[in-house]
Design a protein around this ligand. Structure first.
Ligand SMILES: [Zn+2]
Length: 289
């Protein structure tokens, strides 16, 4: 067997749009990164999570009167920037996230911004660019609580560290996990703010890692699964008994998933590099692309 090309360079293709069961992702500008995030919209229940994605689309929801409650994963400006559109909707958040939402001074304190000049600068930025308006939460999330929304059942997982009361949401029916700012980009999730904690961040990551939320809920995920089943003869029910599958793992990636090189033999005993086939079929992209 020759050396495999591009070892372990497969990453699942993530298309951040569309519908996942009863939930819908509203992709944010700038790829959902600062100064935006991605919002989650649970249409039937009228619950909007993290309104800072696409102001135009959120204004439309506002016009339709469709939003019954707004949930926040945490009180950072790139997650509440469009909250001002929903000033008459109940706001749900963890208790520890209330101070930065209740007052501008509380927000500056949470970031540990002390210098009067810096405070003045950020006060203006938060108000003008991120539409900060003081808000009092109407309900606090409790860790582990399960909220029945009819079309979805949501489990709240309080994951402090990024901020003192950051919350992630597990959508049990869909099997999707909304990580908030635990998306583990090279940028985060520890920011070093006044309320950040490395120890708690690590504990929260460990906890989120233990949750089984396969990426099969998306249309892309389903397509990729069908493709693999067909390639490996699983779809026809012939099983793998007459085939050979070789899995080589060398290291884990930044999400701590194993990177694997997969080889299998076809009906004629020919050895095929499955990673390359997945790439060629457009079902995955190389890391960094
Ligand atoms: Zn954040």
């Amino acid at each position: 067997m020759g050396g495999p090309p591009g070892r372990g360079e497969i990453l699942n293709k993530r298309r951040l749009s569309g519908r996942f069961g009863a939930i819908r992702l509203i992709p944010g500008g700038n790829g959902g990164t600062y100064p935006h995030c991605n919002s989650v919209w649970i249409e039937e229940a009228g619950v909007l999570i993290d309104p800072a994605s696409d102001r135009g689309r959120l204004e439309e929801l506002r016009r339709l009167g469709a939003v019954k409650a707004v949930w926040l994963s945490h009180g950072h400006e790139d997650h509440f920037a469009d909250l001002d559109l929903f000033d008459d909707c109940p706001l749900w958040v963890s208790r520890e996230e209330a101070p930065p939402l209740e007052s501008l001074e509380g927000l500056l304190d949470a970031y540990g911004i002390g210098e009067p000049d810096h405070r003045a600068y950020w006060r203006r930025v938060f108000e003008e660019r991120f539409h900060f308006r003081p808000r009092s939460p109407s309900r606090f999330f409790r860790d582990g609580e399960v909220i029945d929304l009819g079309s979805e059942t949501v489990q709240v997982i309080v994951t402090p560290g990024h901020t003192p009361g950051h919350a992630a949401f597990l959508f049990r029916k869909t099997g999707a996990l909304f990580l908030g700012d635990y998306d583990l980009t090279p940028f985060g999730p520890w920011y070093g703010d006044a309320g950040s904690s490395i120890e708690e961040t690590l504990r929260s990551i460990e906890r989120l890692r233990g949750i089984d939320a396969p990426e099969l809920v998306s249309a892309d995920g389903k397509k990729a699964k069908e493709f693999l089943e067909k390639k490996l003869g699983l779809a026809e029910g012939e099983g793998l008994s007459d085939r050979m599958v070789l899995v080589r793992t060398e290291k884990s990636d930044k999400y701590d998933r194993y990177l694997a090189d997969l080889f299998y033999t076809d009906k004629n005993g020919r050895e095929i590099y499955l990673n390359q086939e997945i790439l060629a079929a457009g079902l995955a992209i190389r890391m960094g692309e």
